[in-house]
Design a protein around this ligand. Structure first.
Ligand code: SF4
Ligand code: SF4
Length: 672
């Protein structure tokens, strides 16, 4: 009989287990952990086939990421069955593992602390989380059987795993209930082991003590065999991510989302490698990341290429590369098709969603670099690269025509106004594309009306190199970046404003890799500041038509600028403002990024058509955006989508300009 004094309250450990059985138990657990370690080492050997390095080394970053993404599961929170069952499984598994470890320490350690109030709370906690764990298993089984989304990876091993986990939970409670039955625990104490007590009171009624002991022994062995089997098989099932997920979360290199890794000329000379041609050309951290994938399909669910029927799924990029890493074989043209790589818009939605922080875009970018290096790119995108190299812009126009958009506006240049505060970086699209030129005109007029001391580079401006870098021509990008950094330094540029999110991203996040440090603003943030300061007006009553905003990926998702374009539109006070379901940082791509602007694609596979449908469904008569490429794509998307013919596609600067009242200093701008 257990004593009634709370302070001395405890329970037996291994009470019904003969000494030789305890020895066998410890040997089994040690052997299964040995098998686990041996198999994990086999994975480590695979990662070591990659190029050395690539790991984040700052332990503070490790701690922060592990807390946010592994422990708090930041990326898993969602209102979905998958998120709920993962939370139940994760919290149940974590608490039960910690609890069992504590019991082991108490049993084997020098100080037996498993008694008193600690023991009572321990028992209650373990029972609650045991139920949580079993519920998670049942929900996971239900989802696999009846409500599995197509993007969720699935094979027979998943049933095997869930079966083991469920059996572990059930046999754990059975062992508890049988122990309570044959030790005849006092009711007040039994209540703390609630589930065991309920099983004892209902299912074990009438069973004599000796039979209960025998049943306990059998169930305990079954539980032990399941535990040992579970540990030994972790590396061959989905549960591997419990080990590799946190490893990838901690060690993925820290860098702005919009910055690709520079390729060093010295490395190319040393290795003779441009990009990734074979699996071993990835670095070791990237190879580790492949093993972290648990095939949840979150990346595929948000991929615009997958949604528009292109031959790309970010999940399969990862799992196919993992297959090559594990089993060998050719990468390009066999495991990964070139069309798959060219389909990516580099919108970063997959990267944003992945719960274990896998860097799909880096993987794709490295493989693209190899294809470009091997001369495997042809047609319009190859021509646009040539034109960036020859003319300094992907449109193939003479760079001397860079100021054609400004005709009649008396726009200050770095020569006429050398003491400018802001450099207005116009970008290639707004310099040469007739539609985007209107955005440059609107922006310049607003800057003038707002009293901004600015200047443009004119023919000294050349392409930032963004399309070259995204397509995979890293050396063309670096050549452009070096030239532009030199120009900007010569003109003593400190602050830059641009209406192009791609230029904004490259200047802000990638030029520091080449010594260019600037304060870069997208025109939305500067215009919002001018409105706030009363230098510009955004009187929404001027049009009164329903309006919605398409957030450009490289503005909202990649650089977190979400409020400023809404402020420019006066969204908060405009009853006619409509929000699309996918908005802000969770926006949906227009299809132009990653150099896709320069690729030809069949109308049926246009991402912009999908986005146009979403915008039309809001009832908006105007779709505003803040990117010349989005402007271009969404205009095509509206033209090719039923109901889109009458929807105007405008840049936020054009909308704002149309709402300006005349003032004495600059007159009434009427360009739009
Ligand atoms: S790559 Fe990440 S998001 Fe995609 S399936 Fe794997 S774990 Fe899930
Ligand atoms: S970056 Fe965008 S287009 Fe490319 S794989 Fe990821 S989600 Fe798909």
């Amino acid at each position: 009989m257990i004593a009634l004094d709370v302070n001395t309250t405890t329970r037996e450990v291994f009470g019904n287990i003969a000494p030789w059985m305890r020895v066998v138990f410890f040997i089994m657990i040690a052997a299964s952990l040995g098998v686990l370690a041996w198999q994990v080492l086999a994975h480590v050997r695979q990662w070591r086939k990659g190029r050395p390095g690539g790991f984040e080394r700052d332990w503070r970053v490790w701690l922060e990421r592990l807390t946010v993404y592994a422990l708090a599961q930041k990326r898993v929170h969602k209102k979905s069955l998958g998120a709920l069952l993962h939370l139940l499984l994760f919290s149940g598994f974590l608490v039960l593992t910690i609890g069992t470890t504590l019991l082991g320490i108490a049993y084997d350690g020098p100080y037996y602390f498993h008694h008193g109030w600690y023991y009572l709370i321990y028992e209650l906690t373990m029972d609650v989380f045991g139920v949580v764990f079993i519920l998670g298993c049942l929900l996971a089984m239900y989802r696999r059987a009846f409500s599995r989304k197509p993007s969720l990876g699935h094979n027979w091993r998943d049933w095997w795993l869930l079966g083991i986990l469920l059996a572990l939970g059930i046999t754990g409670f059975a062992v508890e209930a049988l122990r309570m039955h044959y030790t005849q625990v006092e009711p007040w104490l039994a209540h703390w082991s609630t589930v065991g007590w309920m099983i004892d009171r209902t299912m074990l009624r009438g069973i004599d003590i000796e039979s209960a002991k025998t049943m306990h022994l059998v169930t305990w062995w079954l539980h032990t065999i399941l535990v040992a089997g579970f540990f030994a098989t972790i590396p061959v099932n989905r549960f591997l991510h419990v080990i590799t997920g946190p490893m990838n979360i901690a060690t993925r290199p820290e860098r702005p989302m919009g910055a690709l890794v520079p390729l060093k000329m010295e490395t190319v000379e040393e290795t003779g490698l441009i990009g990734v041609g074979q699996i071993g050309d990835f670095n070791r951290q990237q190879l580790l990341s492949l093993d972290a994938c648990m095939e949840c399909g979150r990346c595929e669910d948000v991929c615009p290429a997958t949604a528009s029927g292109k031959p790309l799924s970010p999940k399969f990029i990862v799992t196919d590369l993992r297959g090559v890493m594990a089993h060998g074989g050719e990468l390009h043209g066999v495991a990964i098709n070139p069309d798959t790589l060219w389909s990516c818009t580099m919108c970063q939605a997959c990267v944003q969603e992945c719960p274990v922080l896998i860097g799909h875009v880096d993987l794709i970018s490295d493989m693209r670099r190899y294809l470009v290096g091997e001369g495997k790119l042809s047609g319009p995108p190859a021509r646009s690269l040539q034109q960036i190299g020859n003319q300094g812009n992907p449109y193939g126009k003479p760079n001397g025509e860079r100021l054609a958009w400004a005709e009649g506006l008396d726009v200050p240049t770095v020569e006429s106004n050398p003491d400018f505060e802001y450099l207005f970086w116009v970008g290639c699209a707004a310099s040469f594309d007739p539609r985007a030129q209107k955005v440059a005109r609107a922006t310049a007029q607003l800057l003038k009306k707002g009293g901004v001391n600015f200047a443009v580079l004119g023919k000294e401006e050349t392409c930032t190199g963004d399309p070259a870098r995204r397509i995979g021509d890293e050396f063309l990008f670096q050549e452009r970046a070096t030239t532009n950094v030199e120009t900007l330094g010569r003109r003593q540029v400190k602050k830059i404003v641009t209406a192009c999110p791609h230029c904004h991203n490259t200047l802000q996040n990638e030029y520091p890799q080449f010594g260019g440090q600037y304060e870069v603003q997208h025109h939305s943030t500067l215009l919002a500041e001018l409105i706030e300061a009363g230098h510009l007006t955004n009187d929404t009553a001027t049009d009164g038509e329903p309006i919605t905003l398409h957030d450009p990926c490289y503005l909202a998702r990649v650089n977190g600028i979400v409020d400023a374009p809404r402020s420019v539109l006066g969204a908060e006070k405009d009853e006619q403002y409509r929000e699309m379901p996918r908005c802000g940082k969770k926006t949906f791509c227009c299809g132009a990024g990653g150099g896709r602007m320069w690729f030809e694609e069949p109308p049926a596979q246009r991402v912009s058509n999908l986005r146009a449908q979403e915008a039309i469904a809001t009832g908006a008569q105007t779709l505003a955006t803040g990117c010349p490429f989005c402007l271009n794509m969404m205009s095509d998307g509206m033209a090719g989508t039923k109901g889109g013919e009458n929807v105007k596609v405008l840049d936020i600067a054009e909308v704002l300009l149309s709402r300006q009242r005349p003032n004495k200093s600059s007159g009434a701008p009427t360009d739009v």
